[in-house]
Write a protein that binds this ligand. Structure first.
Ligand SMILES: Nc1ncnc2c1ncn2[C@@H]1O[C@H](COP(=O)(O)OP(=O)(O)OP(=O)(O)O)[C@@H](O)[C@H]1O
Ligand SMILES: [Mg+2]
Length: 294
């Protein structure tokens, strides 16, 4: 398609009626938090979606960005099939608000899919249009949670660098710890990211989770200077979670009284309360500008 024609289509999309109307509850820019891990299958997608569910239940306008290209886990986990994704926005066929789908509890999901690959190749006009769309969307959300793929491919690096806060998920398995350490090491030494929050999943007790955290900080302290690794919390191992996954439901929704669901709620409350303090390092436009290198 000719570029001018594409732009025309894009601008036409801009006038479409937006589905997302409620204003954000807080008069501050949304927080952007990436959730990553060194090793795959440690529970990122379940953590993102359950936290988003709890935050949405608490009245926070929460947007999940499904940035895992490989499997697009979020929709599978929630049993939803978004018709459109970022690709359609970049083609000018849809506006950003058009592609956002509502998930359980009122959370919003931005399906990225293959669109993420195209970020780097957008024309200047497309980038600027996209940023204006994002600004509009940003005014209606409080918190953006980004579910990334495991490991360190370019996309994961982009999103981790662009986010204001980074949560690294690990489990008590030694391989998960070594992979998390390897990831932190690369982000810290090659990309100068120095601040991470550690979330231990599938722990049998808080004691075990703290011990996992201690082990990773001991190794990190020895080899990496000026690194800040904070303990965010833990999620217990609970067979109710895989049961919920099989039912394509969130454990927080299916078993709200289970210990694991209370723990998701506690973590969400912790994040919610932190949100009261304004964020100094950027907003959602900066997040995307960072991705675009604008
Ligand atoms: N707290 C938990 N208790 C019990 N099982 C869990 C727990 N967390 C995760 N699991 C199991 O791990 C599986 C993988 O979880 P999930 O898909 O969230 O991981 P992921 O890190 O997103 O994986 P990927 O790297 O492939 O994207 C779940 O389907 C579930 O079976
Ligand atoms: Mg996943």
């Amino acid at each position: 398609m000719h570029q001018a024609e594409t732009l025309e289509k894009i601008m036409a999309g801009n006038t479409r009626k937006k589905k997302i109307s409620p204003m954000a509850t807080a008069d501050i820019p949304p927080r952007t938090i990436s959730i990553s891990s060194g090793k795959g299958g440690v529970g990122k997608t379940n953590i993102v979606t359950n936290l988003a569910y709890c935050l949405a239940k608490m009245g926070k306008k929460t947007l999940v960005l499904d940035a895992d290209l490989n499997l697009s886990n979020v929709d599978v986990l929630l049993g939803i099939t978004p018709k459109y994704n970022l690709h359609h926005v970049f083609l000018g066929e849809k506006s950003l608000a058009d592609i956002v789908v509502e998930g359980p509890g009122g959370m919003m999901i931005l399906p990225a899919s293959s669109g993420i690959m195209e970020l780097a190749d957008l024309t200047e006009e497309q980038k600027l249009y996209f940023l204006s769309e994002i600004t509009e969307l940003g005014s209606s959300i409080d918190i953006l949670l980004i579910d990334t793929a495991a490991g360190l491919n370019n996309n994961v690096i982009y999103f981790t660098l662009a986010a204001q806060e980074r949560i690294i998920v690990l489990t008590p398995e030694p391989t998960s710890m070594t992979d998390a350490y390897a990831m932190i090491k690369v982000l810290s030494s090659r990309h100068d990211v120095k601040k991470f929050r550690i979330l231990v999943n599938s722990a049998h007790s808080e004691k075990e989770a703290r011990s996992v955290y201690r082990q990773i900080t001991l190794v990190a302290d020895r080899f990496l200077d000026t690194l800040s690794l904070d303990y965010l919390g833990f999620i217990p191992h609970d067979p109710k979670l895989p049961q919920a996954v099989r039912a394509q439901k969130l454990v927080s929704e299916l078993s709200p009284k289970a210990a694991i669901s209370s723990q998701f709620m506690n973590l969400a409350k912790q994040l919610y309360q932190e949100e009261m303090t304004p964020h100094i390092d950027g907003n959602i436009q900066f997040f995307w500008q960072g991705l675009f290198n604008l």
